[in-house]
Write a protein that binds this ligand. Structure first.
Ligand code: ADP
Ligand code: MG
Length: 283
């Protein structure tokens, strides 16, 4: 049967606000030497604000926002709600849209008034002009109609209060940290700098996140991956320990071994500490 110390540890962890799906995951947790973090929705709150509208020449700010919001109106991605909310707040009536296609890790496509509208990263809209950002950590969401870029919406996310102390806690325990994100390099670097993380892998599609996990495993590391999105699910499933945010998507939670119910990142550091102590007792 499961050793008593393991059951006791799982109960202790549950009181801190994390749910461990079984004793085997506790043992895996106790061996972790690397933690990989998703950025949007994990290290950040995932509730960004629109901080700038940069329409192309001849395009109004209103038209840019209307087009982006109409395409995003049914999207569950964390970048969609603030765009739709701003349009509503400004009294802009959305256009009907259909044929939605979620491009995991890069954006969304929709058909609006007979035109193909795409909203997302440069991977989806390669001809988007470089935009000057006042805030380094702002994420650029480009908008294109029939493949032609009509402008960029800038969104800024907030780093979770619990992120910074959690990272230093893990570092103190000799655990290496890295960010694996679908967002761009400058945006990810700005967040990493603030948190004291030096290893950043940016502009990754879901299968590329998984590839990073594979490489770390092949190098002999015991890796925990923590994320919230559909784009994190396969990486969570292939890490030694997959950890999902309570605020995250159902798919992420199903793929994970541990769930941080209240999305408090301190619970991650606490869970690892309890797991290591339980192992010391059992072994
Ligand atoms: P992360 O790995 O940081 O959680 P994602 O993989 O979900 O980020 O998204 C990566 C990038 O793709 C985002 O930074 C954004 O530029 C773009 N993107 C993805 N989905 C959407 C969407 N629905 N609307 C706008 N942009 C999107
Ligand atoms: Mg995410």
């Amino acid at each position: 049967g499961t050793p008593l110390a393991v059951l006791a540890a799982i109960a202790r962890i549950a009181r801190t606000g994390a749910f461990v799906k079984g004793g085997a995951h506790l043992e895996a947790l106790s061996e972790v030497d690397v933690v990989a973090f998703d950025k949007t929705g994990t290290l950040t709150t995932g509730t960004p604000r629109v901080v700038g509208l940069r329409p192309a020449d001849g395009v109004s700010e209103k038209h840019l926002l209307l087009t982006a919001a109409s395409a995003e109106q049914f999207s569950e991605h964390p970048l969609a709600a603030p765009i739709v909310d701003l349009a509503r707040k400004l009294g802009i009536a959305l256009m009907p849209a259909d044929d939605f296609e979620y491009r995991v890790g890069s954006g969304i496509a929709a058909r609006i008034n007979g035109h193909e509208v795409t909203v997302g990263s440069r991977r989806l809209i390669p001809d988007a002009p470089r935009v000057v950002r006042d805030q380094g950590e702002a994420t650029a969401v480009h908008v294109a109609v029939d493949g032609r870029c009509i402008g960029t919406v800038l969104l800024a996310d907030t780093i979770r209060d619990s992120a910074k102390t959690m990272i230093s806690e893990l570092t103190r325990r000799g655990i290496r940290t890295l960010i694996i994100t679908g967002d761009t390099e400058p945006t990810a670097r700005a967040v990493a700098r603030e948190l004291g993380i030096t290893d950043v892998r940016a502009e990754l599609l879901p299968h590329e996140k998984l590839e990073v996990i594979r490489q770390e495993r092949e190098a002999g590391h015991r890796l925990a991956m923590i994320g919230d999105g559909v784009n994190d699910a396969s990486a969570l499933a292939h890490a030694h320990v997959g950890v999902a945010m309570g605020s995250g998507t159902g798919v992420a939670q199903e793929s994970a071994d541990v769930i941080l119910i209240s999305s408090d990142l301190h619970d991650l550091a606490r869970t690892v500490a309890i797991a290591k102590r339980a192992r010391a007792i059992v072994m």
